[in-house]
Design a binder for this molecule. Structure first.
Ligand code: MN
Length: 248
């Protein structure tokens, strides 16, 4: 099995090393990842500047682009043939609830799905410093084993979030739905050294509505959370309502 590994924390992040090391036990791993942190890059693609690739060591490529660029570069240029699987992560910080739309980690898996390649996004649900990336990587490998054995439903990719715990304390994988964030505005404004005001979007610990069955709830209880996602953003129940609207 040929596995393309990427992330949005950058190729030097500890999470991608733990993931690549663990996946090397079950396949041939090629890493194609951003040359620096691109967290919250979402599904963005670089269209207005060239991309450069740096081969750091055998099968490890840094790209000066987004996670979505990396998946494109990996599949269309750097790998001799399309991989059997794309795994993105392990992100330092959960990708839970509404936050997944910002996530470069999740978008990379989304991009692979658009190309018809099975994909998994993996995140470790803490922003604190942690030693548990190798533990989370073991969970990711077990999920990969099962998803390759069972085959994913069409147009589906998986979002795995793992609690920040030692392997033996992580409770079994729970299938969840995407939760909801409760937003708190937090924009810092300060003065720069030349007396001009600047603004910085803050990053406090996200708050979620703690509903049963959600990704957030499962991780909070110590389970690994696995959410099947798809690219179709249509709100089907709203279609019925909109069909009753009167347009000229
Ligand atoms: Mn990140």
């Amino acid at each position: 099995m040929n596995i393309l590994v990427t992330n949005d924390d950058g190729i030097g992040a500890p999470g991608i090393k733990a993931l690549a090391d663990a996946l090397a036990g079950i396949g041939n791993v090629t890493v194609v990842a951003p040359d620096r942190e691109r967290s919250a890059a979402g599904h963005s693609l670089t269209l207005h500047s060239p991309l450069r690739v740096f081969e750091l060591k055998e099968n490890w490529y840094a790209v000066d682009g987004t996670p979505t660029d990396c998946v494109n570069m990996g599949i269309h240029t750097l790998l001799p043939y399309p991989p059997d699987l794309v795994v993105s992560g392990i992100n330092h910080g959960g990708n839970l609830g509404d936050d997944i739309t910002y996530s470069g980690t999740v978008a990379a898996a989304m991009e692979a799905t658009l190309m018809g390649i099975p994909a998994l996004a993996v995140s470790l649900a803490t922003f604190a410093s942690t030693e548990h990336f190798p533990d989370a990587a073991q969970i990711a490998v077990s999920v990969v084993d099962e998803m390759m054995k069972q085959r994913l439903p069409p147009d589906t990719f998986l979002n795995l979030n793992i609690p920040d715990l030692p392997l033996l304390q992580i409770k079994p994988v729970m299938i969840t739905r995407q939760g909801k964030r409760s937003f708190i505005g937090n924009i810092v404004d300060k003065m720069d050294p030349r007396g001009r005001k600047y603004y910085w979007i803050g990053s406090e610990e996200p708050n979620f509505l703690d509903e049963e069955g959600t990704d957030f709830n499962a991780v909070g209880k110590g389970h690994a959370s696995l959410t099947p996602l798809h690219l179709d953003l249509t709100n089907y129940s709203a279609m019925e309502i909109l069909n009753r609207w009167q347009f000229p």
